[in-house]
Design a protein around this ligand. Structure first.
Ligand code: HEM
Length: 202
């Protein structure tokens, strides 16, 4: 990844945040600013999670090997937007009533699901460095498979919030399902070919 490409992707990833900040500072967030902030940051978290998941198929099927380093970049952007999303929830929706956090997380299923996904995302962010990759070896690959579950939990969180009009959730699901199906397909191809290799005499 060239320095220019790195900076361009970084600047593009920050655009939604800066636009939101500008809208907040210019009082342009609609009738319920806290709700708008929560919805926008939540959606950007999901979008970056999906982008990060799309990189491997783009590399393998689309023949775009150069996109691979962006998998981590998009994952870190997802973590960034999820952290802002969580902060907005704490400050504007929960209004820093610390004593109610655990009750809220444990008793409201959509918050439980979102919080679980967030904790997993933090774990992936903390272990996303090359040094951690080396140190953890095989366990790193296993841990980072959590990204599939995080995406699924993110979608469940959204479905729980939307309740009736599921148009938005159907849109995200139509992107997520093929991306997951691709992994399942790859898994079976790998399993079958290793089975054939084992059963073929040398
Ligand atoms: C990976 C983690 C997460 C993802 C992908 C995610 C995703 C989303 C999305 C897409 C929305 C927008 C719904 C809409 O369009 O209106 C949303 C809203 C929301 N999320 Fe999350 N979220 C995550 C974590 C969390 C966490 C940790 C919390 C709080 C503990 C949280 C609390 C909320 C709240 C309060 C809303 C607004 C609900 C409403 O409009 O009534 N989310 N989230």
């Amino acid at each position: 990844m060239t320095k220019f490409a790195k900076w361009s992707v970084f600047c593009l990833g920050m655009v939604p945040f800066l636009v939101l900040l500008y809208r907040a500072l210019s009082n342009n967030l609609g009738p319920d600013p806290a709700d708008t902030l929560a919805a926008e940051t939540g959606e950007w978290t999901l979008r970056f999670l999906l982008l990060s998941l799309a990189i491997t198929p783009l590399r393998n099927i689309g023949g775009w090997p150069k996109v691979f380093p962006y998998r981590r970049t998009f994952g870190l952007f997802a973590l960034f937007y999820a952290s802002v999303h969580f902060l907005i929830y704490l400050v504007f929706l929960l209004q820093l009533r610390w004593s109610e956090i655990s009750e809220d997380i444990l008793e409201r299923p959509y918050i439980t699901v979102g919080f679980t996904a967030f904790l997993m995302l933090v774990a992936l962010g903390v272990t996303s460095t090359k040094a951690m990759m080396k140190r953890m070896g095989r366990r790193w690959r296993q841990l980072h498979k959590l990204v599939y579950l995080i995406n699924i939990l993110g979608l469940i969180h959204l479905i729980w919030i939307l309740r009736t009009d599921l148009t938005e959730a159907v849109f995200y699901a139509s992107i997520l399902l093929p991306l997951l199906a691709y992994r399942v397909y790859k898994y079976y191809v790998r399993k079958t070919s290793s089975h054939i290799n084992l059963s073929t005499p040398n």
